[in-house]
Design a protein around this ligand. Structure first.
Ligand code: SF4
Length: 309
């Protein structure tokens, strides 16, 4: 049986885990193509107007997966005790279901209920036995650990780590590139910001390239614990960038994202009190490449004047 996975949202965080789990259980996996204009337009036409850009893009990716028996889109509730994902991610399977023709498989991932609860969910949704899922999940978790290790040790993007590529990324200045992975690594959505920075001899450091323990330690510096796990990771990475003495920070945020609005403000205050310039680029489906590049050029000129080589 062939299952389709959208190359959107938590794909950049969890794809090695789900691919290994499904393939070990005997499923084939098909991923939608990289985001393009047709996928964006499809997503915008299918999604409610008030959805954030990454959710709209996910609608487009789900519709773009072809020749599969079903789509696989877990309902991501909580990855760790005491934390939650954004309500739009929790409700995503219900939001997208009316726009789909085929079957949608959505196991609930709620690790507040423990690993056994997850195994039972997966076995029930995938129609397999508990023991089979238990074994496949152990392999999948190992694949996921290796994926995270590669990104952190070799300073790779998720795409490079997944494809076994190496990176020769260097630069005369290091910039922190902050934001949800689906904004930072979707080159269509962010107008290829990683390449843009590299062409200017800058090294874009991202949260996924930092040790997880460091991010957690930095997130604990916040006066109040953030219960949104992705946003706690972004804030932790932002504080870690300041400790790493980056020349500046670029924060990619999404129009219509409540969590981004809050952490954007918190990060701005932190960066200002450390004297590190921060540029926030808010992306939506109307954002034009020329406007983004003009703001980036002005920000980079300012950084280069502050930190001459
Ligand atoms: S965190 Fe923000 S960008 Fe991500 S799904 Fe939720 S609202 Fe959308």
């Amino acid at each position: 049986m062939n299952l389709g996975i959208p190359r959107a949202l938590l794909y950049y965080d969890h794809f090695p885990l789900w691919r290994t789990l499904l393939e070990t259980l005997g499923f084939e996996v098909t991923v939608s193509p990289p985001t393009n204009k047709a996928i964006l337009d499809l997503g915008v036409s299918l999604a409610p107007d008030e959805a954030c850009l990454p959710v709209k893009i996910c609608y487009g990716h789900l519709a773009a997966v072809r020749n599969v028996a079903a789509l696989f889109l877990p309902r991501m509730v909580s990855e760790k005790a005491g934390t939650f994902l954004c309500p739009k991610l929790i409700g995503l399977p219900d939001m997208v279901r009316p726009s789909l023709d085929g079957e949608l498989i959505s196991p609930v991932v709620d690790l507040r209920k423990g690993r056994k609860g997850l195994i039972r969910q997966l076995a029930c949704c995938l129609g397999t036995g508990y023991k089979q899922v238990q074994g496949a999940l152990a392999e999948a978790e190992e694949a996921q650990r290796q994926f995270l290790r590669r990104m952190q040790q070799d300073k790779l993007t998720p795409q490079e780590a997944m494809s076994g590529q190496n990176s020769c990324r260097r630069g005369k200045l290091t910039l922190g590139l902050l934001g949800h992975p689906y904004l930072v690594y979707d080159s269509f959505l962010n107008m290829n910001i990683l390449s843009f920075l590299q062409r200017r001899d800058l090294f874009p450091l991202t949260a996924q390239m930092l040790p997880s323990e460091k991010i957690q330690r930095c997130a604990q510096q916040l006066p109040k614990k953030l219960f949104w796990s992705l946003e706690a990771q972004i804030m932790g990475a932002g504080i870690a960038f300041l400790e790493e003495k980056v020349a500046g920070i670029i924060h990619l945020s999404s129009f219509g994202c409540g969590p981004d609005a809050m952490i954007g403000e918190l990060m701005n205050l932190r960066a200002r009190s450390s004297g590190v310039p921060l540029l926030e680029l808010n992306l939506d489906e109307q954002t034009g490449q020329a406007g983004v590049e003009t703001r980036l050029e002005a920000f980079l000129d300012m950084l280069q004047r502050r930190c001459p080589a």
